[in-house]
Design a protein around this ligand. Structure first.
Ligand code: AMP
Length: 129
């Protein structure tokens, strides 16, 4: 396998790096984030190392659909489905993506507040600094 396909998350998918895996099927693997930002913080990743959301193709639609249904099932299993939760996919540098293997964050367990808590300075017209 080429290095660019051998991501940290591919190693978790193959069981070469330990993770708290909640679900695995032929399309996706779901495991708890190592640095949780909410009481429930799970990552749902394609087994195939699609690098970013900007790389998805029509062929990937079954995988992308599975990511959504697995998110729903894990939210139910974790007891956060009724109160609600947030699904996030960061894409590339401006999206804050750190691991170059497509992944969906499932976050919940308490109120998460506004989607963006800090307005970037270049968008904040009232900022005189
Ligand atoms: P992103 O910033 O969207 O690329 O998110 C990457 C996420 O991967 C972060 O929330 C990290 O805490 C998480 N992460 C990094 N390494 C591991 C790991 N070994 N096991 C589980 N989660 C990880």
């Amino acid at each position: 396998m080429s290095d660019e396909n051998d991501t940290l998350f591919s190693k978790i998918v193959r069981g070469e790096i330990m993770a708290d895996v909640l679900h695995q099927d032929g399309y996706v693997t779901a495991f708890r984030d190592i640095a949780p930002q909410a009481p429930v913080h799970v990552l749902i990743v394609p087994n195939e190392p699609i690098p970013t959301a900007a790389d998805v193709e029509a062929d990937h639609e079954p995988i992308l659909g599975r990511m959504m249904t697995v998110a729903r099932r894990i939210a139910e299993a974790e007891g956060i489905a009724e109160d609600g939760y947030r699904l996030i996919i960061n894409c590339k540098e401006h999206g804050g993506q750190e691991v170059n293997h497509l992944h969906m964050h499932l976050l919940g367990g308490h109120p998460l507040g506004p989607m963006l808590t800090r307005i970037p300075p270049h968008l904040n017209e009232t900022d005189d600094t």
